[in-house]
Design a protein around this ligand. Sequence first.
Ligand code: PAF
Length: 277
Amino acid sequence: MTEIVRTVTDLRTRVAAWRREGMPVALVPTMGALHPGHLSLVDAGLARGCRVVVSIFVNPTQFGPNEDLARYPRQETADVALLAGRGAHLAFCPSVDEMYAQVSATRVEVKGLTDGLCGAARPGHFSGMATIVTKLLLQALPDFAMFGEKDWQQLQVVRRMVRDLDIPVEIVGCPTVREADGLALSSRNLRLSAGDRTIAPLLNREMRRIAETVARGGTATAALAEARASLATAGFGRIDYLELRHPETLEPAGMRPARVFAAVWLGNVRLIDNVPV
Ligand code: PAF
């Protein structure tokens, strides 16, 4: 059974009891609508012998005014059942009031790494994300915190923030979990229409094609242009970005090492993915 707590006080009480027993603790921060990608993060905590806390909180401060906060899927009962099946120990499901009781005057900003990619397309997103992750880390004080590599930029931002603020936690990046056809798992995939679901895997195919071309010494510009054209023909909408960047600094990549990053709209769903070159 996975116990649910809704207050920071109860979370701290449970974690303190585990600490007294000498148990290490892993935190898996999520916004719910859990899928096998999230469950692989739970597995990573369990594999380290940890008591695993999964936070489920749709964080309003990381959504822009015209983004999908209201439409973001919420399914706590189903999520907690999935966590119980996987062996997670605790679900931390706070209300917005519990997390942001008073109007908060403090925001965490990570400069540089947040300038491009999703930072450019979603102003304020990373500051909201960094602020809530800092709060969650300070509330739970875990030994490990697990993040999926699908949100690669988020993972780099969190690593940097933890280093800069001396937060005593090890950030663990876990591989992206994909459908058999290559589509990266995401809670937002639930909102794809049946037709768009059949088109969606093309994004990963095109990204892998870019990576292979560049790895073989081909020109990135031509490969990126071909991929853009092919996505448009298939029915994808606006491309927020489709770029090669350095995997850690996230600066535009002149040479290897590099990673391909994309955020592309399909219907009213924004798909993101990244693949190594
Ligand atoms: O990746 C997410 O689901 C969110 O950005 C996170 C890390 C749970 C913070 O709200």
